[in-house]
Design a protein around this ligand. Structure first.
Ligand SMILES: Cc1cc2nc3c(=O)[nH]c(=O)nc-3n(C[C@H](O)[C@H](O)[C@H](O)COP(=O)(O)O)c2cc1C
Length: 249
């Protein structure tokens, strides 16, 4: 069966880390992208999300530097080279692999978050915040008990936020824009606190969980990390039982 336009957009979306710094993204497009985000599902339609649109260069620099520092810590110090090579095994050319490892261990891979022209920076940085106290805990009688949702309730906001972010990535891709989800600057509690303070986010009620850079891609990027086919990740009726297209192989 042929892919339709929606499925093509889904498959062709790539994480973009080099932006055309001569083209800004007008607020109208950012508005459209956020609006598409709000059509994501959320538990009880509580829409437990907020977005901070960061255009201020100094704030982008602040958040980008955290990403660079954490990347140096994560890939430059904590991850053995052999492990890096394993994860990047899909890169065929030795020169590209070396270049990718080099920009990871030095943190240069995340300079684009700072929005500087000399490192192909993104003109816009969106910071997604979710209300982890809200979903499933909105009734005072259930608050703090896990309520009828059991242990899952704090996750609902994160799940909804992730779905919103994916809507935004796809909406951007459909408009010819590139995006990259990044979490590295929000993986550590200290950084979550520092970024919340800088942006005035009422943390810990609202928690920044992910960032999304948005801009016009500088290069066409068709190659991405490969995907496992459905027959490797899906089961029929019971874990371990193969799900395959009967007769279509
Ligand atoms: C939760 C999450 C966190 C991510 N964090 C980062 C990140 O910190 N930095 C980054 O460059 N990419 C990050 N990514 C993007 C992934 O690296 C990228 O989507 C993945 O390698 C697949 O590549 P593709 O999007 O081009 O298909 C993140 C993606 C997700 C969903």
């Amino acid at each position: 069966m042929e892919d339709n336009e929606t499925i093509r957009t889904i498959k062709e979306r790539r994480a973009i880390r080099d932006y055309n710094t001569e083209r800004d993204v007008p607020d109208e497009l950012i508005y459209k992208i956020i609006e598409a985000g709000t059509y994501a599902p959320s538990a009880e339609n509580q829409q437990p999300w907020r977005i901070v649109v960061v255009r201020d260069k100094e704030t982008q620099e602040f958040i980008g530097q955290i990403a660079v520092d954490r990347t140096v810590e994560l890939f430059g110090r904590a991850t053995p080279r052999q492990e890096l090579e394993r994860r990047l095994g899909y890169i065929r050319s030795k020169a590209s692999l070396e270049r990718t490892i080099e920009i990871l261990i030095t943190g240069r891979r995340f300079e684009y978050i700072k929005g500087r022209p000399e490192t192909n920076g993104a003109p816009v940085l969106l910071v997604l915040c979710v209300d982890q106290t809200h979903v499933g805990n909105s009734q005072p009688t259930l608050r703090g008990t896990g309520g009828v949702y059991g242990w899952s309730s704090p996750r609902h906001a994160i799940i909804a936020g992730a779905m919103m972010l994916q809507n935004m990535c796809l909406a951007a891709a459909s408009l010819g824009l590139g995006t990259c989800v990044s979490s590295v600057q929000l993986d550590h509690f200290d950084d979550v606190g520092a970024i919340s303070e800088r942006l005035g986010i009422p943390y810990p009620h609202w928690v920044p969980i992910l960032c999304l850079t948005v801009g016009y891609p500088k290069f066409e990027r068709t190659l991405g990390p490969p995907r496992q086919p459905p027959e490797e990740i899906a089961f029929l009726n019971r874990w371990g039982e193969p799900f395959t297209l009967g007769g279509a192989e």
